[in-house]
Design a binder for this molecule. Structure first.
Ligand code: PAN
Ligand code: ZN
Length: 231
């Protein structure tokens, strides 16, 4: 893996990083509607939309630090673009070479949530805790409007508004999900520790406490009727 400084640009609008050199790994993760089964409150609306096609809800471009060959990368339930085709990776980890790989590295890239709704609930990311719970993340909003829905295992919750120029610090222990409440792509730059990993299962099982839905044309935070306490 390259260990000299490097730069790249993020093209806007859109949020796609320019390819800066072939030696580092830039991966594109694509999450279609079918990857979000059980996540939207309105199951009927979800099924109806899915019947019209497996639309892409969001994309992530990530500079993998460390690289796959050097360590472990969690890829559960992700679609990764490799040589122009999507492969679905179902193993929890591609490779575990050294559990300490990634300490000190910073994973970073852009997250692009497309605009749209399932019923009255906005397009959003799956959301996750970091597997290493004690790892934080910084988001910087480049384009669009949205909300970050967050909660801890101790059942605290928080929702912060996202708009261009805003920085959001997600402290250790806080699960996070980006929601696009606007009319254009919601583009954020994210940075988090290389060994953090992703725990998607907890959210898939419990959901988030809060949902962001459209009410009278306005984004509104409401209780998730299907949220399950950990108890
Ligand atoms: C981000 C997220 C990205 C996509 O890079 O991974 O916004 O969301 P999901 O991972 O929940 O599908 C991040 O928080 N990384 O840790
Ligand atoms: Zn994260």
């Amino acid at each position: 893996m390259r260990s000299t400084p490097f730069t790249f640009d993020i093209s806007l609008p859109g949020g796609v990083p320019t390819v800066y050199d072939g030696t580092d790994v830039l991966i594109r993760i694509v999450r279609p509607l079918s990857a979000m089964g059980g996540q939207y409150a309105d199951q009927e609306a979800y099924e109806a939309l899915l019947a019209q096609g497996d639309t892409i809800l969001y994309e992530v471009y990530e500079m993998r630090r460390p690289q796959v060959a050097d360590g472990y990368i969690e890829v559960a339930d992700e679609y990764i673009e490799v040589a122009d085709e999507y492969i679905e990776v179902t193993d929890e980890y591609i490779e575990v070479a050294d559990e300490h790989v990634g300490l000190g590295e910073l994973l970073h890239g852009t997250s692009i949530v497309h605009p749209g709704k399932v019923g009255d609930e906005y397009f959003m990311t799956k959301g996750h805790f970091h597997s290493v719970l004690d790892t934080a993340e910084v988001y910087y909003v480049l384009q669009g409007r949205g909300m970050m829905v967050m909660e801890t295992p101790e059942e605290e919750w928080a929702v912060e508004e996202l708009r261009p120029g805003r920085v959001l610090y997600v402290p250790p222990r806080w699960a996070h999900r980006s929601v696009n409440t606007g009319q254009e792509d919601l583009v954020t730059l994210f940075v988090y520790p290389g060994h953090a990993g992703h725990d998607y299962g907890t959210i898939e099982t419990r959901g988030f406490r809060k949902l962001v839905v459209e009410r009278d044309g306005q984004p509104t935070v409401v209780d998730n009727p299907r949220w399950r306490s950990q108890e």
